[in-house]
Design a binder for this molecule. Sequence first.
Ligand SMILES: NC(=O)N[C@H]1NC(=O)NC1=O
Ligand SMILES: [Zn+2]
Ligand SMILES: [Zn+2]
Length: 473
Amino acid sequence: SQSGCSLFPHSHYWIASKRIVTPQGIISGAVEIKGGSIVSIVKNKDWSGKFKQVVDYGNAVVMPGLIDVHAHLDDPGRAEWEGFPSGTKAAAAGGITTLIDMPLNNFPSTVSTETLKLKIEAAEKSIYVDVGFWGGLVPENAFNATALEALLDAGVHGLKSFMCPSGINDFPMTDARHIKAGLSVLAKYKRPLLVHSEIQSVVESHLETEDGGGDPRSYSTYLKTRPPSWEEAAVRELLTVTKDTRSGGPAEGAHLHVVHLSDASSSLDLIKEAKRRGDSITVETCPHYLAFSAEEIPDGDTRFKCAPPIRDAANKEKLWNALMEGDIDMLSSDHSPTVPELKLLNDGNFLKAWGGISSIQFVLPVTWSYGQKYGITLEQLVSWWSERPAKLAGQHSKGAIAIGNHADVVVWEPEVEFDLNEDHPMFVKNPSISAYIGKRLSGKVLATFVRGNLVYKERNHAFAACGSTILAT
Ligand SMILES: NC(=O)N[C@H]1NC(=O)NC1=O
Ligand SMILES: [Zn+2]
Ligand SMILES: [Zn+2]
């Protein structure tokens, strides 16, 4: 390793454990790492003592690092909200080895080759894990195929758009015409379009104003302003264009990914139907929709405000079932922090507070802890958090403990519980806004390796930020 990139100064070594999660099942043995890649996987007893450089983790779980395809690190332009250094340190501490950064909340938004260049410059030498980028699909570039092609040629892994106001002035929303045009360009590149799928309906929109619908400190007031019908309307609209992605269709090769699904009823049924008829479509949900329910959100506790909103307990139950059944394809954090002042923690006004959950460091223990009740397995975790996200982002050398892959590894102890209180090291910039503070979780991250570099170990990060920016080619 280059100086400071790794807390374990060897480039050829073995990670041993009794629980290594591979595509062929959970094995006891060792993963051989050389030059940042996995070069062999040794099964069973015989590794011990044979090799000089062995890190033996005993019964701890060794699995591929998590790939978070949906994170807002707000850099450049709003680094006080998060920024690449703190955001990727938190990711590393949580076992995330790759994240794909969203094109908005940073300033300027990442919607052109020039603004992508600013992103890459901000990320270089300040990231502790690998970071790729989504580009923005906005009205200004949607009908300009040359501009979109330039952005895709410059290395974004796909595009992202909103069907409702994004909350960010220089990231306006798109409609089905923009999305159709975007998909036809993406088809040539075989890269996905990610869509924030809510359409604001005229009837209910007055509730979003200050004097509408009741006490702004009450969560139910906010919940009513963004009903499931907003998600349903958006998905319905999207399916009129995803039919083009079927084999033989005009946008064959393009793919549509619905981000952060909250409505587990009609919206999900529509997506399932589209999959059945052969549309190229996937859907993610986020840990906060699986951990929390509307009933338990205290008045004024705006840490829980996000869009689409966290719905009732029955909906949460349905989301878990859909995940277990495979109808929801993967998970992402939608880490969308801000400064405490904009969360209005004192005021508690749900209608005016910034919408977004701060979570990037805790998605692994949160998924595991809240999934216990449903009997989730380590293999499912890997599928939701590594394998499928890798595929969505076109990362063929990531997402599995397999020979030839990057040595992106998390080592963790699922059985170890901890309290997420002030004593717990939090690496995000503004820890007070996280909805997970105060929770007891199960699943302690011991070590995180990115391309063979030990970037995190027991509250410590590698001295130097040696993560790579990853550009699509
Ligand atoms: N702009 C932005 O990050 N919005 C995110 N926040 C949230 O709660 N949902 C989102 O889409
Ligand atoms: Zn969104
Ligand atoms: Zn988001």
